[in-house]
Design a protein around this ligand. Sequence first.
Ligand code: DLL
Length: 433
Amino acid sequence: MIFDIASETMPREQLEALQLRRLKDLCGRVYANVPFYKKKFDDLGISPADVRSLSDLTLLPFTEKQDLRNHYPFGMFAVPKDNVVRIHASSGTTGKSTVVGYTRRDIKNWAELMARSFTAAGAGPKDVIHVAYGYGLFTGGLGAHYGGERLGATVVPISGGATRRQVMLLRDFGATVLCCTPSYSLHLYEAALESGIDFNELPLRVGVFGAEPWTEEMRRDIEQKMGIKAIDIYGLSEIMGPGVGIECVQTQSGPHLMEDHFLAEIIDPETGDPAPPGATGELVITTLTKEAQPLIRYRTRDITSLDATPCKCGRTFARMKRVTGRSDDMLIIRGVNVFPSQIESILLETDGLTPHYQLVVSREGSLDNLDVMVEVDEKIFSDEIKAMQRIEGKIQKTIKEFLGVTAKVKLVEPRGIQRSEGKAQRIVDKRGK
Ligand code: DLL
């Protein structure tokens, strides 16, 4: 079943005509109501009337996270504050957090898109949705919550944390859909086992997992352990929150972007030029319908590619490749570019290792060092030291071979890596900036 069948299966020409109509309207709105955009347009010598086709998008200015910070907290709003009914903000590890506002219609659209997302993941009104994304300024909890209610499902607003109790309620309330970060799902699974609860014996069917990068190997691990379908959901607070894109359960081949509401481009992150069709680069999103805080060509820093070929599920929306990481998370180790997800893939291909790992980067003189700390399972841990050393050596070799970087691998005892209740912290950078 497709939730909003008319929108999600629209022929691409019709979709593009809708996008163009909405883009023109958007340009008019931001030019009239957001001084930041008026100035940007004026400086570039363009006016909203110059947008005549979708390819004119490239005439328009980019928006960066720093622009949002510079206009903290409400300087990017396109409507009077009285019309804003909700505020969210991203945590931001450095500096000011970025603030997002929503009108009543923005909230309604978001709930629609999240209801669509649940449907794509194979959920429906009969489901019990356990929302273990954090509630609060983070968009995960409330985003999933409103979408689940819009769908007509039963929503359990448990939020993150209190893991042992969560597991009990997951069982007692008969959750069929679990929403949280992939890393927290593993934490829940372990806590369940410790309490004598096996996920495989619960009615749980589907996981709607996102908010952090994860790999295909991690998906396989989760699906196998928990006996569920693990679906990748993508989003970012600046654009809306979760539900900017989601995989369909039929193919699980990367999130379908909700293209009637978001216009996506891939650019070369170095030059800002459009990337050739199908190429990998930085995802840039224009919000077509957002009222409170519309953004033009927002640079997500997420690295992916787009595929608009037809999907077996019937949706015509393009699919994005699993986000392998933000360009900000890319490590440069002695001149070699490495994404944590590339290391994750290698670790999870190795027997005896768990999906709990951390990358520690330090500097010795002018040289960068990369330490890969990864937890082993009980079985390996009880083996002799030599066996552990053999594994360390093997992974080191594979990392060197595939990624071209020298890393020191250190196996850690079971539960030796700290668990997170939200986004996992994979990188500890001790280099100081
Ligand atoms: O993480 C929104 C969200 C909540 C998405 C729940 C999915 C589920 P932010 O905290 O603003 O918003 O972080 C957004 O997280 O730019 C990506 O780098 C990363 N991210 C989000 N979803 C995925 C995903 C929420 N499925 C940033 N795969 C984004 C990889 C993801 N990275």
